[in-house]
Design a protein around this ligand. Sequence first.
Ligand code: NAD
Ligand code: FE2
Length: 272
Amino acid sequence: MAIPTTSGTGSEVTPFAVVTDDATGQKYPIADYALTPTVAVVDAELVMTMPRGLTAASGVDALTHALEAIVSCMASDYATAEAYEAARLIFAYLPRAYSKGTSDIEARQAVHNASTMAGMAFANAFLGVCHSMAHKLGARYHIPHGVANALLIRQVIAYNSEEAPTRQAAFPQYTHPMARERYARLARYLGLKGKTEDEQVASLIAAVGELEKTVNIPSSIKDAGVDEKTFLAGLDELSVMAFDDQCTGANPRYPMIAEIRELYRKAYYGEI
Ligand SMILES: NC(=O)c1ccc[n+]([C@@H]2O[C@H](COP(=O)([O-])OP(=O)(O)OC[C@H]3O[C@@H](n4cnc5c(N)ncnc54)[C@H](O)[C@@H]3O)[C@@H](O)[C@H]2O)c1
Ligand SMILES: [Fe+2]
């Protein structure tokens, strides 16, 4: 039985856990169905005391789970349905859970449910390169997991939306780049503006940025306080480690190490 006291990881319904080796600073996800709890108790009473920073970080972590599950090579109708609705709930309720969290149980329960639904989605569809990069970035520079995702997800959405990638994803059932149409469909589900798919994806990226701003998450790795010289010196190693992360395999666009490096660089300066 698992009882979450944060609204983010979805661990109460997933076969995943994340370990950090304090000796090396390395962070690595482990996956085994034996890790899936039999029962999850998803009770908002237990998240009312979450401080603002944790509410923001864990909420954006759950949103990133939904955003990665929607476009994953392993996406299915079941996982997609949960991921779309989880994303809608987070956009609708996270600002309230953040600003009035100690008293607004309706908003807390909505975000708590969204976190578990996003967990069910990525338990089946898996994640993608945003989580690969966030694991390594967070471990090396001591950035909370949700914040690390927040600093990278907009760059990853733009990257995945490319219709002519350098390399196609590795899964045979993924017949053509589908990420752009799936993100665009989410934008329409959220009621965002845009006539073409490109415009809808741009609206989605902007909406994610707005939400992050509302919950006071820095807009770049630089603003998060990571020293420029140190970051650039460690960038090659970080990119190789992110490529080797277990989450990379389900990403809809097969990433080159040089492309991961460029995503990190853009996220450092807050460029999309
Ligand atoms: N399914 C998975 O395996 C999965 C998915 C995503 C993230 N993760 C991992 O989970 C970790 C992040 O977990 P998290 O976001 O739950 O945060 P956390 O467990 O790291 O907790 C952060 C801090 O908040 C405190 N806290 C927890 N609940 C509280 C409450 N209700 N009120 C006040 N304080 C509270 C904790 O004691 C801790 O000090 C990262 O290491 C991340 O990599 C795992
Ligand atoms: Fe996560």
